[in-house]
Design a protein around this ligand. Structure first.
Ligand SMILES: Nc1ncnc2c1ncn2[C@@H]1O[C@H](COP(=O)(O)OP(=O)(O)OP(=O)(O)O)[C@@H](O)[C@H]1O
Ligand SMILES: [Mg+2]
Length: 253
């Protein structure tokens, strides 16, 4: 499954984490290789967003370790992890709605990469072109369509050139052709050299864009491997039983 020569960029080692006394992640372990698109699926409440929160520092693990390029980042605060190159989008887009599209990206570059406003202008324009938002750079972000808000989430996450890019359900709520656009963008991100961790409920995105796929259940890794095999596995079918079985069969066909 894993090339012997492949370089690990991220490792979760037996991570336990949760809110208050209840644990959501229960000994989660997996590794991400540099340059891959690593997909994550799992039923609602299986801990996918909690995993991202633990990785970005919004939550501290109770036990276990998270290694980024071999460095233990488990106890670092959010801003320190951001400076080490972890960039993310949010499941619900969070732009500053009164700012323009350009200003939103610029502010992310200033906070994420420590750019001055002058230094940030060029990179902000580059990612606006990359994400197809350049023509809309002077619109207020509150005026954007959902697809454009997803584009903006990605633009804000990549302006500081993170070594690890985390996408949380960027295809959710979109139409079929809009989903194809998002898949195309993720493929472009990979070509541009990003390592992508992509959480998504829409399983066809995983078949089309992910190199490897992990299915989570109850805060652990239930199945991991090539997307087609993971989606066709009995374990995944059982986890999704009664919810998305038909969608799964369709996706794995
Ligand atoms: N801020 C919070 N405080 C308390 N419990 C929370 C909080 N956020 C999530 N949970 C609980 O943790 C569990 C896992 O939630 P999480 O959001 O990680 O799941 P998920 O896999 O991302 O689900 P979804 O597919 O619905 O996005 C759920 O039982 C949820 O209710
Ligand atoms: Mg979630």
């Amino acid at each position: 499954m894993t090339d012997r020569g492949a370089e690990k960029i991220l490792s979760f080692e037996n991570v336990t984490a949760g809110y208050g006394r209840s644990d959501v992640l229960n000994g989660l372990s997996f590794e991400v290789e540099r340059g891959e698109v690593f997909g994550i699926i799992g039923p609602n409440g299986s801990g996918k967003t909690t995993m991202l929160n633990t990785l970005t520092g919004l939550l501290r693990p109770k036990s276990g370790r998270i290694l980024l390029d071999g460095e233990d980042i488990s106890r670092l605060p959010v801003d320190a992890r951001c400076r080490r190159g972890i960039g993310r989008t949010f499941q619900i887009p969070r732009p500053f709605i009164r700012m323009t599209v350009f200003e939103n990206v610029l502010v992310s570059g200033i906070y994420g990469a420590g750019f001055s406003a002058a230094e940030g202008k060029g990179p902000a324009e580059d990612v606006l072109r990359f994400t197809g938002l350049y023509e809309k750079r002077d619109l207020k972000s509150g005026e954007l369509t959902l697809l454009d808000r997803k584009r903006l989430e990605i633009a804000r996450a990549i302006v500081s050139k993170p070594r690890l890019l985390l996408l949380d359900e960027v295809a959710a709520g979109l139409t079929g052709s809009e989903i194809e656009t998002v898949i195309g963008m993720v493929v472009q991100l990979k070509r541009a050299g990003f390592t992508v961790v992509w959480i998504e409920h829409i399983l066809e995105t995983m078949l089309k864009a992910a190199d490897r796929l992990m299915c989570m259940a109850e805060g652990r890794c239930a199945v991991i491997g090539v997307p087609g095999e993971v989606l066709a596995s009995g374990e995944v079918e059982e986890l999704y039983l009664g919810t998305e079985t038909e969608a799964l069969k369709h996706a794995a066909r």
